[in-house]
Design a protein around this ligand. Structure first.
Ligand SMILES: Cc1cc2nc3c(=O)[nH]c(=O)nc-3n(C[C@H](O)[C@H](O)[C@H](O)COP(=O)(O)OP(=O)(O)OC[C@H]3O[C@@H](n4cnc5c(N)ncnc54)[C@H](O)[C@@H]3O)c2cc1C
Length: 369
């Protein structure tokens, strides 16, 4: 698009999670100035846990000019390690794909969700982030789209980016009514102080302990915060959104696991654990109209087994910004964005459903990425 057109294009982003925050930063870096983020949360609380940002997404932080801020609030990991449940045998230990593909090494950065959101939304003008805005409905008017929020506000935009997560209101209204798919798994996540982690943190690298019967315990060190992101994924047929759990239940799942992992489960503050049933979505055929595009989990929510969901959302953001700069019109850009990004996320959605099997770990990176 012409520089002036992109500068004044009215862009509304629904959702200020990984995808929405990254899209806002990418679009402003590309030259868009009229970019607004509408987030349902009333405040930016440091909720969530750790994730690993992979080398291609790290390169984007350099491109977007926010690398120094990200580096301050993240740890540098060079490899991923997968072990037997008891920790006695390393099943795979591999360098992060792409780490050395750039002008400088791009280590995988382990970061807390709250820190990520703070850095990205903090890079935007304060008056462009609108908290307490829960989208209720969207009308696609062709060249524009109209958003209605629960607080009564109505916004018309030339481009709406729906980064409103796995239960996207926009996806449901315009693209697919298929509900999310239950994975028959729960994810339990908590951030614990390193000095209460029984020595689980020895360096900056994530470790996955693979148990029998599908239980996985994994650790993402957040040493820059003096914390460890401690996670357990376990099979379950209970599809309650926030299943009730106890310390004893967690300990019972961890029979045969490294004693340090069991000790953390025994002692952690159960009220601080985020306990969730795990869902993804089937691939969505079309991500865009002429003025609305899905991004991140709204477009392609995938299981967390390969750690690609948030990373894909960040890469979507750059894919969309690049397409807008290159195309003549918004609708051409959205078609190009889908053509570039969807084949990759279709692949990742499919491979993420495979999960881990302790007896058949051939590679730490079966998605080949
Ligand atoms: C246990 C677990 C571990 C994971 N680990 C990793 C990992 O290591 N690496 C990785 O890349 N990914 C990981 N993921 C996946 C990752 O969390 C998601 O892919 C990522 O959060 C998607 O970002 P998003 O911005 O698209 O959606 P979300 O993070 O869900 O953000 C959506 C935002 O939109 C807002 N919103 C929703 N509805 C509305 C509305 N109607 N109006 C306004 N705002 C709205 C929400 O409040 C939220 O802020 C993991 C997921 C789980 C469950």
């Amino acid at each position: 698009m012409k520089t002036e057109e992109l500068r004044t294009l009215r862009i509304a982003i629904v959702g200020g999670g990984y995808g929405g925050a990254a899209a806002a930063v990418a679009l402003r870096h590309a030259g868009a100035q009229n970019v607004h983020v509408y987030e349902q949360a009333a405040a930016l609380a440091p909720i969530g846990a750790g994730i690993g940002i992979r080398p291609p997404a790290v390169e984007l932080f350099r491109t977007w000019g926010i690398w120094d801020e990200i580096a301050k609030v993240s740890g540098a990991s060079d490899h991923l390690e997968i072990l037997t449940a008891d920790g006695t045998m390393v099943l795979a230990q591999e360098e992060w794909p792409g780490l050395n593909d750039y002008a400088q090494p791009n280590h995988n950065r382990i970061i807390h969700r709250g820190d990520f959101i703070d850095v990205l939304l903090g890079a935007l003008p304060a008056d462009s982030v609108h908290l307490g805005h829960r989208l209720e409905s969207i009308v696609d008017d062709g060249a524009t789209a109209t958003l209605r929020f629960a607080n009564g506000e109505v916004v018309e935009a030339d481009l709406v980016i729906a980064a409103d997560g796995i239960r996207s209101v926009v996806r449901h209204a315009l693209f697919s009514q298929k509900p999310p798919v239950f994975a028959h798994e729960h994810a339990y996540r908590i951030v614990v102080p390193i000095d209460q982690s029984h020595g689980l943190v020895s360096d900056a690298n994530p470790r996955f302990y693979i148990g029998r019967d599908g239980v996985i315990a994994y650790n993402l060190p957040l040493a820059y915060r003096g914390e460890l992101s401690y996670d357990i994924t376990a099979p379950s047929d209970d599809d309650t959104w926030a299943p009730e759990i106890s310390n004893d239940y967690l300990v019972s799942l961890l029979d045969g696991f490294d004693e340090r992992i069991v000790a953390v489960a025994r002692e952690l503050d159960i009220d601080q654990v985020t306990s969730r049933s795990v869902y993804d979505i089937d691939a969505v055929d079309t991500w865009h109209t002429d003025s609305v595009a899905l991004l991140g989990d709204a477009a392609h929510a995938m299981l967390h087994h390969q750690g690609w969901g948030a990373n894909s959302a960040i890469l979507d953001a750059e894919g969309l910004a690049t397409a807008l700069v290159a195309a003549d019109t918004v609708s051409e850009a959205l078609a190009a964005y889908q053509a570039v990004r969807k084949p990759m996320t279709d692949h990742l959605q499919a491979i993420s459903r495979q999960g881990w099997n302790g007896e058949q770990v051939e590679s730490a990176f079966p998605a080949n990425a």
